[in-house]
Design a protein around this ligand. Structure first.
Ligand code: HSE
Length: 403
């Protein structure tokens, strides 16, 4: 029998216990032996909970118990979670986590610690919730040079944008409803400003490049400035607006990473990803295009990914997962040098100025939308920003286009 400890009895933690219990027979069969949750660590007690007798408050009990071989860190944050993960790995206990902040910030160090101590640090649930993406990148696509990863990696913002598109509603109204229904946090900043997607694309970019991508250096723009009028005009062009997290190889060992709302056409595979769903679109130099789709959040999908990692630890005890994620920092190029098209909105009075700056443009108008919109030719971010600034008071907004 393998004893497991769960750190954090919140949404994901209680899901981990539920998956292990509900799928007990097959989890044990696939692990090659019985798995048992021996401890649940939390600050609180849970009177009446069927597992209340397993709840403890002292991490020392877990780290000093030689029977505990696998620890699920589903507490979140980079404080106690970081300290506990290091202690567990140093004691030779494998750690499985959904904690994207911790993986993005300290992934290489924790992987190295796991290697030194012949145990695993697995983090399938940290990106895309229940969608298998970490192990495919690490194990299945090892023969590929990955050229691009483009993801819809945040369910809250995808839900908000889908609702805005379908209902013609503005951001603030949809966010309020999403908060009332519990689909968005009361403090939605991490989601709507793109910080959550930024951590996730930092992890995927690090795996793509084999070097550490510092999330604080990723250009990140959220969805708070997207309006119903943007959707009306984009719709007229046959396009939608999604919050994309992107990483592209742009030359020998160099990459571009960015989180930004983008217009995508109806032909783009990510166009059909709506509501709380996530997807990761991967282009490899041999494979071509591939897409991973599913539930990027939620109790049971995320817990299922954590338990999948637990089973992997159980099957391969005494070993350490191979993960090409060097502590050496990846070379990220400035987005100024990246070329793309842009969607621009201009007031009617600015039409001749826009034509002078951007050439022969095709104005698109929609009922209820102020001014008009057009798509530019391919321009570097820098060249575009200079032209856009010259629109002055005529400029009503701009959104990147992902072709
Ligand atoms: N807040 C995240 C989301 C949860 O909306 O996708 C999963 O990381």
């Amino acid at each position: 029998m393998i004893q497991v400890a769960v750190l954090g009895y919140g949404t994901v933690g209680s899901g981990v216990v539920e998956v292990i219990e509900r799928n007990k027979e097959l989890v044990n069969k696939k692990s090659g032996q019985e798995l048992n949750v021996k401890y649940i660590l939390d600050l609180w007690d849970f009177p009446g909970d069927p597992y209340e007798h397993k709840v403890i408050h002292d991490f020392e009990v877990i780290v000093s118990d030689p029977e505990v071989k696998i620890v699920c860190e589903v507490m979140g944050g980079v404080g106690a979670a970081y300290a506990f993960t290091k202690r567990a790995l140093s004691a030779g206990k494998s750690v499985c986590t959904s904690n994207k902040e911790l993986v993005a910030a300290h992934g290489p160090e924790l992987l190295a610690l796991a290697r030194e101590n012949h145990c695993h640090y697995l983090f399938e649930a940290s990106v895309g919730g229940g969608i298998p993406i970490i192990r495919p990148l690490n194990d299945c696509l090892t023969a590929e040079r990955i050229e691009t990863i483009t993801g819809i990696l945040n369910g809250t913002t995808n839900y908000i944008l889908s609702k805005m598109e379908n209902e013609g509603a503005d951001f603030a109204a949809v966010l309020k409803k999403a908060q009332e229904k519990g689909y968005a946090e009361q403090n939605p900043e991490a989601d709507v400003e793109g910080y959550d997607a930024c951590r996730k694309i930092a992890i995927l970019s690090s795996l793509m490049l084999g070097k550490h991508v510092d999330y604080s250096k990723i250009y990140t723009e959220g969805i708070t400035k997207i309006t119903a009028q943007d959707f009306a005009l984009a719709g007229k062009m046959g396009m939608s607006i999604k919050l994309l997290a992107m990483s592209k190889e742009v030359g020998e060992g160099k990459a571009m990473a960015m989180v930004s709302p983008c217009l995508i056409s109806r032909e783009h595979p990510l166009h059909m990803v709506n509501g709380v769903f996530n997807a990761v679109f991967v282009r490899g130099n041999m494979l071509g295009d591939s897409m991973f789709y599913g539930r990027g959040a939620g109790k049971l999908p995320t817990a299922s990914a954590v338990v999948g990692d637990v089973i992997e630890c159980a099957r391969t005890q005494g070993k350490s997962n191979i993960c090409f994620w060097d502590a050496k920092e990846a070379d990220l190029v400035s987005i100024d040098e990246i070329s793309r098209r842009f969607f621009v909105r201009v007031s009617d009075a600015g039409e001749s100025q826009a034509k002078e700056l951007f050439g022969d443009l095709e104005p698109v108008r929609a009922d209820g939308a102020e001014g008009f919109a057009f798509l530019t030719e391919q321009l570097t971010e820098k060249a575009f920003a200079e032209k856009y600034a010259q629109l002055g008071e005529y400029a009503l907004g701009r959104i990147r286009v992902e072709d």
